[in-house]
Design a protein around this ligand. Sequence first.
Ligand SMILES: Nc1nc2c(ncn2[C@@H]2O[C@H](COP(=O)(O)OP(=O)(O)O)[C@@H](O)[C@H]2O)c(=O)[nH]1
Ligand SMILES: C=C(OP(=O)(O)O)C(=O)O
Ligand SMILES: [Mn+2]
Length: 600
Amino acid sequence: VEDSVELCQPENVHICDGSDAENAMLITRLLETGSIVPLPKYKNCYLATSSPSDVARVESKTFICTADRREAVNVPKAGVKGQLGNWMSPEDADAAIAERFPGCMKGRTMYVIPFSMGPLDSPYSKIGVQLTDSAYVVCSMRIMTRIGNQVLEKLGSSSSEGYFVKALHSVGWPAEGHPAQRSQWPCDPERTIILHKPEINEIVSYGSGYGGNSLLGKKCFALRIGSSIARREGWLAEHMLILGITDPKGTKRYVAAAFPSACGKTNMAMMRPTLPGYKVECVGDDIVWMRFDQKGQLRAINPEFGFFGVAPGTSRTTNPVAMDTVFENTIFTNVARTSDGGVYWEGMEDPEPGVTITDWLGEPWTPGSTKPAAHPNSRFCTPASQCPMIDPHWESPEGVPIDAILFGGRRPKGVPLVYEAFDWKHAVFIGAAMKSEATAAAEHKGKEIMHDPFAMRPFFGYNFGHYLQHWLSMETAVPNVKLPKVFHVNWFRKDDQGKYMWPGYGENCRVLEWILLRIDNEPGTAVPTPIGNVPTREKFDLEGIQVDFDGLFDVPVDFWKNEIEEIAKFLYDQVDEDLPEEIKEQIDNLLKRLNSQRTA
Ligand SMILES: Nc1nc2c(ncn2[C@@H]2O[C@H](COP(=O)(O)OP(=O)(O)O)[C@@H](O)[C@H]2O)c(=O)[nH]1
Ligand SMILES: C=C(OP(=O)(O)O)C(=O)O
Ligand SMILES: [Mn+2]
């Protein structure tokens, strides 16, 4: 703190105790500066609208900084541009800090936020301290993580642990005359930079107030620094939801699922199953820290304390549970506002007659408007404890047992609703081969289908080749390892008219039901295809819905030959010398399986 005070020269330093009184004081401050507005329709809810140039994560300005480049990122073949993270030398990182931070908090307050990723009494939790000049960030961190005195006390007592993650954040406060200078959302988009130093467990973020760039416990710590710690310590930090599902007989299982940003994690974590007799409960919606225990069981904690969920598309029909969660103690960002003091976004039920809408940019909005009312990456930031279906064990210090892992993405063509990996090595290959349409969660434009291995492309804290090796090594993580079953799912396949073929949301429980049958080794449930096992029609419940089963599960051989060629090129080009032999074998085996099929 002293070093950073010397660097940033704030007028005040406020050490956050995490109390209600402190939060109320900060909210008042944010209301006074116009950084948030109240939403009197709900209890203790506020709306922040950002600068239009600070609305999402910026992957191109996010770096992993290590002495040896090969530690931080994949080293592609000569002439190939790396797609799985950016590297910067520690010297260049320090120079970037020296260009931006001196005096950046002049005349303002530096907040010191001690926070815990994971329940305070869990041996798997880790502590961080974030310094920031944004009260919005403090209030959001208080929702997303456990903060305050309790954390300082634990930090003081756990000398055996010895380290905490140091996180420095400034929104950047450009000089007089700069367009962003007087705005209610200060930021410095041109000079935004997000730096991670895994070798010394440090994060430095400058220029952006947007969630993924500024709430440093989340993507920066829990995924990037976290994955690098996890590799050293022999566990996994992943971009996954965790849910518990109880079947009609009363058996409960936990499932983790990795989907890229804005591809359905929060919705699945809060799913209300349409099949009778099933119950889903939510442990987490974005990040999992998991490891095999001594008995060989994979156990997971959710390191977070709240949900930072995508608002558009959330409605009474798609995600009623989220709708029952977010209208208390919530900070909304970049959604639209209604004249009766509420919020509005695309996909939400229409407001009452007579109620008018102001879009996220402050302009009047009507259903005929050509621009969206809410920014496509607008978010709610809400306490997890408010979720009516939060799992009773969501804060259990030893974590919950995971029996299946799902990978998935937005794949309009060729990819079946669900298929199952043949074994662990095949599972790791399926994770490596993941692709998905780009979304508004980062700066990518359009709907290009991008590679997104393990849904971690923007979040790897170290070389993806080493990451693959680490996943492969889990097969022998402990003597009696009980490997979870692994599946790939795709809720987003489209027909020739461009319409989704699968109703999704609560109906996704039908896929979960089949997964449970597979976990229980029920006979007659699956048939092999070249890419993995798919359900048999008899054991996949379609009662009450009209869908094209054959179309949903079709594995078009020509499509997959092209697909695997492209994936192989991507992996060989990107990972080159660090591509594990096991993955090369998986590519060869899949090609052989495809070539032995008759093409249509
Ligand atoms: N068609 C369809 N859309 C979905 C489904 N699940 C989520 N979505 C939409 O995808 C967007 C992102 O979902 P969300 O759960 O917030 O994704 P996350 O960022 O991975 O947590 C929202 O607009 C959802 O309404 C689904 O099963 N089918
Ligand atoms: C917060 C984010 O996560 P997600 O869309 O995965 O919920 C993000 O991508 O910045
Ligand atoms: Mn989410």
